[in-house]
Write a protein that binds this ligand. Structure first.
Ligand code: IMP
Ligand code: MG
Length: 175
């Protein structure tokens, strides 16, 4: 399968993704029963995972979405990430962040620092994919769908240069 200039092959099927997603939801249903969690999906990548996960969550809960914008800071050479679009008051709430993938973990690290300033009761990470070999941050990922090797993937929300998010399966870059 080709997306733009690269060739990809199926890596995790839609059926496997859905099966694992339901297992994670079952755990969340048990562990957050009576906790009134607020799920926060990180756009764009998490939109499919968030939808399928929430269909299997059956405890009282809310879901909202935010975007992480990256911009070049004027005072530094590093990329700064900022959360955009949070409407809810998260003070004293149990937050579950829904991500498509944790790669270096830098995005999550920044987000958690920002969220902590808003005084939530707890923050948990739920990521469909996780590349342990790429991790450069100190993160505790509570729910992980699949641990994968340090190779580029796309589909099921994940993109290559904007394309491929609509694919039902997860694909891996062909060597
Ligand atoms: P991190 O800050 O390095 O953990 O990167 C997180 C973000 O990079 C994810 O939310 C994705 O949007 C993107 N990303 C990392 N690895 C991949 C990949 O293999 N395919 C597509 N996007 C990726
Ligand atoms: Mg993303």
């Amino acid at each position: 399968m080709n997306v733009k200039d690269k060739e990809f092959e199926v890596y995790i099927s839609e059926a496997k993704i859905l099966e694992r997603t339901r297992e994670i939801a079952t755990k969340i249903n048990e562990e957050f029963k009576d906790q009134d969690p607020l799920f926060i999906g990180i756009l764009n990548g998490s939109f499919m995972f968030a939808a399928d996960l929430m269909k299997a969550v059956d405890i009282p809960s809310e879901i909202t979405f935010i975007k992480v914008s990256s911009y070049q800071a004027t005072q530094s050479t590093g990329k700064v990430k900022e959360l955009v679009g949070l409407q809810q008051n998260i003070f004293n709430r149990n937050i579950i962040l829904i991500e498509d993938i944790v790669d270096t973990g830098r995005t999550m690290e920044h987000l958690i620092t920002d969220f902590k300033e808003l005084g939530p009761k707890s923050i948990s990470i739920c990521s469909l994919l996780y590349k342990p070999e790429a991790l450069k941050a100190d993160l505790d990922i509570r729910y992980v769908g699949f641990e994968i090797p340090n190779r580029f993937v796309l589909g099921y929300g994940l993109d290559y240069d904007g394309y491929g998010r609509n694919l039902r399966d997860i694909y891996q870059l062909k060597e």
